[in-house]
Write a new protein. Sequence first.
Length: 289
Amino acid sequence: MNIDKFVATRKAMGFSQQELCDGVCTQATLSRLESNGQVPTIKILIQLCRRLHLSLDDLFPKFGVPESQLNQQMDATEFKLVTSEYHEAQTLLEKINSADLTDERQRWRYLYLRGYLATLLDHPITDSIFDFNQILMAKSQAPLIYNLLAYTGCGIAYARHGQLDKAEFYFNKVFDQIYQCTIETTKDVWRVLNIVYNTGRFYSQSGHNYEIGNELLNYALTICANNHVTYYVAKVEYQLALNSIELKQSPRETMEHIHDSRAFARINRNHIMLEQLDILQGQLTGGQE
């Protein structure tokens, strides 16, 4: 078992030993695992791994297929993208030499990450569209998940530049195909949630189609629940709160979404989201808690 990767992931996610093992096992059990390599029961190990969003496959040897440093760099970059730490993700991505990409899947993944970061860090729109088009126009057809990531990225890019007709063209393509995506790995979960959340957010914010937006956002919550993934819950609940305000739903419903968003933002130490929630709640209460 790759104990170093387990420990590094725990620390990167900000868990103390006590926080990680709470409700799963004793701290002594976790300490024996990390210090002496004494692996606990498979039930305990799986529960610990779920909290770290690791699979057993991530931790045990893959005979004949050693994990490359490049893949590890892209894993770290994609995790920072998931947690909205875009500048840190960009720094990690810049350390990757594109000439080292050895197969098409690595290249598609690299292009998707580079295109998203170019969009979210407000680089020229031509930079991100160029990356996404390389996925969509690849000689060997990319898997559906990468095509949908590219469509979503194009939609986000055009929406951020106020070109809503073009954005809607790409999001419509996503909406027509998203339910065909299969989820097999934790990274698949991250990517599908990326697509569903951003599409739901677009229809809510730019298209003002709250029915479709809420359907997609609630679908994202179902994916999170079914796969024990929490990183997108705070974002999704925050957008549902905004939709609730626009739909003039009861203050109680709106506050339930805000409280749920805050709870998961705290769990995942998402300080950016907590600040946004403070602003929103202050607007709703007139600064009175």
